[in-house]
Design a protein around this ligand. Structure first.
Ligand SMILES: Nc1nc2c([nH]c(=O)n2[C@@H]2O[C@H](COP(=O)(O)OP(=O)(O)OP(=O)(O)O)[C@@H](O)[C@H]2O)c(=O)[nH]1
Ligand SMILES: [Mg+2]
Length: 130
């Protein structure tokens, strides 16, 4: 099975993180996620991240830092998540696709329902932003 390369943005403000909820019909539907999406064949991961965060939550990235990479096999889909912390941006994130969205205290996201691949992200975030 081909691995899907995904650019993922962990949008932070102080000790808060911005999450959106995946549409119920999507892969891993109904779960909370970090905004992002597939890297197209003609773009770098940084370009994909900038494009996805603009399309999905309407912000312009000013600075981002590589955070971690996670490969995960969901059985029906293999993903490689290329994850960046985005802590400088223009605009206020707002889901253009009508998803549920919320700023959460990083210390309080343990009990949310995430795709399995995200658990390592949550763990590392809580170590570094608490
Ligand atoms: N955006 C995002 N995708 C994630 C996360 N965790 C995770 O396993 N994924 C998986 O990464 C894959 C691609 O993400 P996506 O569905 O956002 O891609 P996209 O925006 O290009 O969507 P589209 O092609 O449906 O329009 C999905 O299978 C999704 O389940 C996450 O935190 N954020
Ligand atoms: Mg997406």
């Amino acid at each position: 099975m081909k691995q899907v390369h995904v650019a993922v943005g962990v949008i932070v403000k102080g000790k808060q993180v911005f999450l959106t909820r995946r549409h119920s019909s999507a892969h891993q539907g109904g779960k909370w996620e970090f905004p992002g999406g597939k890297v197209e064949s003609d773009e770098t991961v940084a370009q994909a991240l900038a494009r996805e965060l603009k399309e999905e939550v309407s912000i312009d990235i000013l600075a981002c830092t590589p955070f971690m990479e996670i490969s995960h096999d969901y059985g029906d889909k293999q993903v490689k998540l290329d994850i960046f912390v985005v802590d400088q941006f223009i605009g206020e994130p707002n889901s253009l696709e009508g998803n549920e969205q919320q700023w959460f205290a990083i210390s309080a996201i343990n009990d949310l329902d995430f795709p399995a691949a995200n658990l390592a992200i949550v763990e590392k975030l809580q170590v570094e932003f608490s």
